[in-house]
Design a binder for this molecule. Structure first.
Ligand code: COA
Length: 260
């Protein structure tokens, strides 16, 4: 599949998806969001892909937000549609993907860029990264899940401060807030993400899919996450991966999971 706004490369189980509009600081226009959906959908359906890393091209930005030039003349209805569609085809889609997704934040992650990183399962930042939700400075609010995911990740008070000041925090502040798991140099960012991805590759893909579903159930209104966990835990006992994982442990060898 060839793309105009992103790059997607699969190598030994890792699918690296790079947003590739460096001249626009990788801002998310409609076409890029569509291509990202296709790339994540392909990753979901490609048996060779076990883990996904998403990053931005260049040394300055992960993603500097939704493309402001595309919505500056929108009406109320168009605004609603923009948020609803984006949330459905990209942000919620990534969060609920059955395969682990790591955000490699290599620079500015603002607005939709931070929302994209927050939709990923966890985040690593380079030390030049700057994060924020500056929408209120444009007369907007975050529309791609930022008002929901940021408080979940950093707590309500910190989220309110970030959203209401429209300010940016640096990578170390993001680490203190628990918004990112590690901070490293720009050169070491992809190697660190790949090292973590390699660790993930050793595990049962069926069990990881169940784990993602159970953890995500924590945030869903009207869903009892403990019940989802019990259900998913039970289902694991019916999988070939469970048989292989426990047998390998008892035989003191490395598991070779069939992924079924
Ligand atoms: N949408 C559209 N274009 C964007 C963009 C966005 N969110 N962010 C950056 N760009 C474009 C700029 O318009 C500029 O394009 P041009 O060279 O054709 O004029 C190019 O990317 C480089 O950006 P520039 O502003 O010149 O870089 P900078 O280093 O001076 O500033 C930022 C970097 C990130 C501080 C600044 O680009 C910025 O504030 N961007 C918008 C962030 C934002 O509000 N995001 C939330 C959107 S809802």
């Amino acid at each position: 599949m060839s793309y105009n706004n992103i790059l997607s490369e699969v190598s030994h189980g890792i699918n690296t998806i790079t947003i590739n509009r460096p001249n626009k600081l990788n801002a998310l226009n409609k076409a890029t969001i569509k291509e990202l959906h296709t790339a994540f959908n392909d990753a979901e359906n490609d048996a060779d892909v076990k883990v996904i890393i998403v990053t931005g091209s260049g040394e300055k930005a992960f993603v500097a937000g939704a493309d402001i030039s595309e919505f500056s003349d929108f009406s109320v209805n168009e605004g609603k549609k923009l948020a609803a569609k984006g949330q459905k085809i990209l942000f919620d889609y990534i969060e609920n993907l059955s395969k682990p997704v790591i955000a490699a934040i290599n620079g500015f992650a603002l607005g939709g860029g931070l929302e994209l990183a927050m939709a990923c399962h966890f985040r690593i930042a380079s030390d030049n990264a700057k994060m924020g939700l500056p929408e209120v400075s444009l007369g907007l609010i975050p529309g791609y899940g930022g008002t929901q995911r940021l408080p979940n990740l950093v707590g309500k008070g910190r989220a309110m401060e970030m959203i209401l000041t429209a300010g940016m925090i640096d990578a170390n502040q993001a680490l203190t807030f628990g918004l990112v798991n590690y901070v490293t140099t720009l050169e070491s960012l992809m190697p660190l993400c790949e090292k973590l991805a390699d660790k993930i590759l050793r595990n049962s893909s069926v069990a990881m899919k169940a784990a993602i579903k159970a953890v995500n159930a924590n945030d869903v209104d009207g869903v009892n996450g403990f019940e989802v966990e019990i259900d998913e835990f039970g289902k694991c006992f019916g999988t070939k991966d469970f048989v292989e994982g426990t047998t390998a442990f008892l035989q003191k060898r490395k598991a070779d999971f069939p992924g079924e």
